[in-house]
Design a protein around this ligand. Sequence first.
Ligand SMILES: [Fe+2]
Length: 494
Amino acid sequence: MENGRILIVDDDPTVRSVLSDVLRNVGNYLTEDARDGYEGIQKVRDNDYDLVFSDLTMPGLSGIDFMREARKVRPSLAVVVITGYSTMENAVNAMREGAKDFITKPFSVHTITALAQRIIGERKLYDKIAINNNYESFIGRLNAELFKKLQEISILQSISTELDALYDNKEIYEKIVEMASRLLLVREVSFGIVENGALNIKRAVGAEKRALPISGTLMEHVVRTGGHYIGSFGEANPHTGSPLTVPFFSIPFTINREVFGILNLSNKADGAAFSEEDVSLALTFSKKASQRIENNALYEVFYNNLINTLKALVISIEARDPHTRSHSDRVTAYALQIAEAMKLPAEDIDALRFGGYLHDIGKIGVRDTILLKPGKLTPEEKTEIELHPVIGGNIIKPLRFFPRERELILHHHERFDGTGYPDGLAGDRIPITSRILAVADTYDAMTTSRPYRSARTHGDAIAEIQRCSNSQFDAKVVRAFLQTLAGKGIFNGP
Ligand SMILES: [Fe+2]
């Protein structure tokens, strides 16, 4: 049994045959075609079509003229016009003239079948209303259904927005449980990850947070089939092992059809069973949340690869100069201690954790003869070495995720009094992370030996940093440094 009868009016035989193939084979529609508007009108007169696709620009009768004439014969005829992007204006005109919709060439299989399904579905609904005759109750029911759908859509939209703001999967697991209990009004919720044949519960409300066996429970069905399962009275409650007295709803979370997590819901607040709406809401929710988790996992892999690559680069730079080995590690550790003492926000701490490690990455662009020169540098050599913050900033620049790290690297040799490089920024115009790094960097440089001088003692280094407080360094950063374990000489770095 076909889903409907469709006429295709187009002077281009390729368009006729492609459309016809798609509608027949994918949508299971019966199709007929006409080479121009005149033949189209003849066919409309002789047959009752559920839908007509019509080209807009045809020799002889234009698409609009065809539509006008055809609707004189059959006023309720649904017409969708076919147009190229260049004739979009005509498409809009056609809609004004009563076309149901328009498609643009080239079109996708999905657009065409979805359009046909929608328009023919609407038409069948009208027919049903007409047969039903009881308009008022029918419309009332439709309105109630529509309202419910609308509510569902707005809930799902707010779920999407809430989930999209989370980049950490731990936060997402928490949100999943919180949202599921809010959406489906259940008292018992758990979300877990499938690991080594067990469900490792990450977050639970009204249930214990532990590893649950999967084998032999109703969750086995979920993992095996990838479909949801509603357990009923007498079956074992996977949370407790005891027989169920209320329905238990188990929903898979999948990536590439593989079940990686399960959301379990039970004990509805109103004591009712799970309705069809509950099921559809929960499944849409799990699909959306699975996507978010997958995206985050991909991002994490990508981020870790990137960080490892950059770290390898730093190691290769430090390997060129045995005196600076692990310098970046230590500087980062000191800088983090200062940032914590200053109670900086998490984003600054994150920027220091990664940016601190990479601060001298620009030295990759400085020649060995200069980088490793034991004696004093000539003015030209000094200029070259002073390029390293800019080179480092440029290395990080294409990685748009790290704007704070880039700022930190670019300005780590600025001085508080404005006499540093590359931009001569002063005071608060220097990013706080760079001001912190400057102190950590200088302290480490002084307390490790270099080819041209031996390491200074901790006390000497602190005295020197204090002497330069307010000129080279921000005094409040220096004060914070003195409070840290490193500043007190207790911690000598990793
Ligand atoms: Fe540097």
